[in-house]
Design a binder for this molecule. Structure first.
Ligand code: C2E
Ligand code: CA
Ligand code: CA
Length: 729
């Protein structure tokens, strides 16, 4: 929907809209002399604008509906423009100059933003643009537009303020989206320095009446407007209930149910949160008490505490008083601390955690991944459980990268000894994926939304329950945890001083590669990347025989120090399989899985050379059979002789003949008169003669044979072996 500024009537009609009556009247006055018709024209104009705005929104709604995925991915923007103190332009200069400027402004928008964009004028100097631009694109165009406005020749600095909402959800109405652009605008309205602003959720919350929230909070607490909901947590491997989280709701008498995302930040700012957290704790204790009295089986319930609580004098003591009042066993309560709080002050958090631990509480780190503290920081904090929120992972772990990150975080956490509860799980495929990477504890809409106590009681009474199990114990001197510490000696060694190395997770015949070093990738070659290796199910590279061989090695390594084997793997179907020699060593163990450190070497070339030799040997053997050729290997030091098959068959030699050649002479292979001569030949070999060729009669039949010896030397030049052959002549 486009409207044309050259159509003057249309332009005038737009000018009537909304508040800027002064300006509207002026434009009207200077374009028509029929003042008496003013009221009537105004009404028509307003109703036209309302209609146009409705069409504008409908058109957008249709476009959005046809392209929901792009909407979610931020492909569209709503841009709200106005001019700082536009009224002043009209007052200081003339309305005609005002008109001219507005025309310039509108043309600028039209020329700079894509032609397909939809533009609507709210009235006077306020425009809303809907355009198919993402954040980076829009920012570029906005800068261009601002420059164009600044270039406008008027002896007055004209500044345009802009609010932008980049679409990120498809479940908001077009009105809601336009609102958001206006909210973003309201944060910089009147600013000469910050001319444009992107919408953020926090801005909306701020606008939703902090004042009102603060004004009513004490009364609301007293009149029990805060209600505790419970969201169950499940073990996805068997569907049993393992716990729940207490989440507060504000049931406002006028506004209905208010999300904690709106009031908690306000309470955190004004300090009321601690009162509320104690209230939630007490309500939860009451609930558990009631369940116990009604014989409803209960699971541990997690309570959220925030940064402010931690700094309260006697915080843990106060919790304990409440708990004791309701006689709730401590194992039924867990405390959640957010990663933000932890990152903020590790020392204080650790003090509180030790106090909580000494009373018997289990402590969870909430929103792990949100503050991007490294897993490394975790080793300094005495936590028991990690809560990983799917929303902090790109694309909910649906895309490849997200999945890789998720999987390594889960495994690393497990390796460090933390059970993980995944939060925000909405789809079965997410839950299944999490289970496949070893995270079976799930909290999310897929299983259940937070629910009132009565509903939760029904869930408790009707669902099988189990408890969260301990995770991995790191078992020996390798300091497994240090592999994730970028500064540790282990990492230094892993990354730089060893050959191809990897960390593996082994569970009932399944092997997952958790981490590989650079040399591992180089060793395999075939232009694979680290991601390729981590994403590939290792066992899928091996055929049945090699798989069994590898698993057998791992099983052996569980009880021994170190094991080794060679397996052929097909990394790339278009390339040759590779032979990998692996040495494995157990470094961690949990109830059902094992952690191995492995060193690998690509021995494909060696193997190929060996195979080639074996092949030649076979060919040679076959030829020898036809040629009536005898051949053997003689070990000069041990005097052992290894005969060929023909020697064994025709001369009845054992596979190894000790004390050669005396033992053969005794067998009568050599006629007595040449026995001494033959012993002499062997003495020459011992002395290091490289090649000997003689013709001698052999066997009782005294058939003439040409006998040849080729000597092999060690690196010091000492003779070690001689290869002998005898061919009938
Ligand atoms: P939180 O502690 O991370 O709680 C989890 C939030 O994720 C809850 O939002 C829950 O309803 C929501 N959630 C659970 N499963 C799913 C899912 O599958 N999909 C999606 N999209 N969301 C899911 P809620 O209840 O709105 O609470 C928001 C935050 O408010 C909480 O985040 C917590 O930080 C805070 N909060 C709630 N109750 C309390 C409380 O009693 N004390 C304190 N200090 N903070 C609280
Ligand atoms: Ca929480
Ligand atoms: Ca959380």
């Amino acid at each position: 929907m486009k409207w044309d500024l050259s159509n003057k009537n249309n332009f005038i009609q737009k000018c009537f809209l909304h508040y800027n009556l002064v300006f509207a009247v002026r434009v009207f006055v200077c374009t028509t002399s029929k003042v008496g018709n003013y009221m009537e024209e105004k009404n028509i104009a307003e109703s036209n604008i309302i209609k146009e705005f409705a069409i504008f929104k409908e058109t957008i709604a249709r476009l959005i509906n046809d392209d929901l995925d792009s909407v979610k991915q931020g492909a569209y923007s709503f841009v709200y423009f106005d001019i700082l103190h536009f009224k002043a332009i009209n007052d200081i200069f003339t309305p005609i100059q005002g008109d001219k400027f507005l025309e310039y402004m509108q043309n600028s928008i039209r020329q700079i933003f894509p032609e397909s964009s939809l533009l609507h004028r709210f009235g006077s100097d306020r425009f809303i643009l809907f355009t198919n631009c993402n954040k980076a694109e829009i920012e570029k165009l906005i800068k261009k537009y601002l420059k164009r406005i600044a270039d406008y020749k008027l002896s007055y600095e004209i500044v345009s303020n802009i609010g932008i909402y980049i679409t990120n959800r498809a479940d908001i109405t077009v009105d809601g989206m336009i609102d958001r652009a206006i909210i973003a605008h309201s944060f910089i309205k009147g600013s000469y320095s910050k001319k444009y602003n992107f919408y953020e959720t926090s801005q909306r919350m701020q606008l939703l009446g902090e004042q009102e929230i603060t004004g009513r909070m004490a009364e609301a607490l007293a009149s029990k407007e805060f209600v505790v909901y419970f969201q169950p947590q499940y073990d996805h491997s068997n569907g049993s209930l393992v716990g729940a989280e207490a989440l507060v709701r504000w049931i406002h008498p006028k506004r209905g149910l208010i999300s904690p995302n709106i009031f908690i930040p306000v309470f955190e700012k004004n300090g009321f949160i601690t009162k509320l957290d104690f209230y939630v704790f007490e309500e939860t204790c009451k609930f558990i008490r009631q369940c116990e009295e009604k014989n409803v089986p209960i699971v541990p319930i997690s309570i959220n505490i925030c940064r402010n609580d931690i700094y309260q004098e006697g915080f843990v003591e106060s919790l304990e008083k409440i708990r004791e009042k309701y006689e709730v066993p401590v194992r039924l309560l867990r405390i959640e601390i957010t990663e933000y709080a932890v990152v903020d002050g590790i020392k204080k958090v650790n003090e509180i955690i030790s106090e909580l631990h000494s009373c018997g509480y289990i402590v969870e780190m909430d929103d792990f991944g949100s503050a991007y503290s490294s897993l490394n920081a975790l080793k300094d904090i005495n936590l028991d459980i990690l809560k990983l929120d799917m929303k902090f992972l790109s694309d909910n772990g649906n895309n490849q990268n997200g999945a890789v990150i998720l999987s390594s975080v889960v495994r690393m956490a497990k390796w460090l000894g933390f059970p993980v509860i995944a939060e925000g799980v909405e789809q079965k495929k997410q839950a299944d994926y999490l289970l496949s990477i070893g995270c079976s504890y799930i909290q999310g809409y897929y299983y259940a939304k937070p629910m009132p106590a009565d509903d939760f009681e029904i869930v408790l009474a009707s669902t099988k329950q189990s408890c969260t199990k301990p995770s991995m114990f790191v078992i020996n001197s390798m300091k497994a945890g240090n592999f994730w510490n970028p500064d540790s000696l282990e990492t230094l060694i892993f990354s730089n001083y060893v050959g191809g190395a990897a960390i593996l997770d082994y569970k009932k015949g399944n092997v997952e590669v958790l981490r590989v070093n650079r040399k591992y990738i180089q060793e395999i070659g075939q232009s694979l990347t680290e991601q390729n290796v981590l994403q590939t199910e290792m066992m899928s590279l091996l055929d049945e025989e090699n798989k069994q061989k590898y698993i057998d090695m791992l099983e052996r390594a569980i009880s021994s120090e170190e094991e080794e084997c060679e397996t052929w793997r097909l990394y790339d179907k278009n390339k040759k399989p590779l032979c990998i020699r692996s040495t494995v060593r157990l470094i961690g163990k949990s109830v059902d899985s094992y952690l191995f450190y492995t060193m690998i070497r690509n021995v494909t070339t060696e193997k190929e050379v060996l195979q080639e030799m074996l092949h030649r040997e076979k060919v040679f053997r076959a030829t020898a059979e036809q040629l009536k050729l005898f051949y053997w290997e003689y070990d000069i030091k041990t005097k052992k002789m290894y005969p060929c098959v023909r020697c064994m068959q025709e001369l009845h030699f054992p596979p190894v003949l000790e004390n050669y050649p005396s033992s053969a002479i005794e067998r009568g292979v050599f006629p007595m008169d040449i026995a001494d001569f033959y012993e002499e030949v062997h003495k020459r070999l011992e002395k290091g003669e490289p090649y000997i060729e003689i013709d001698i009669p052999l066997t009782e039949k005294r058939e003439m044979y040409r006998l040849r010896y080729t000597t092999e030397f060690d690196k010091y030049g000492n003779p070690v072996k001689a290869y002998g052959s005898a061919i009938k002549i």
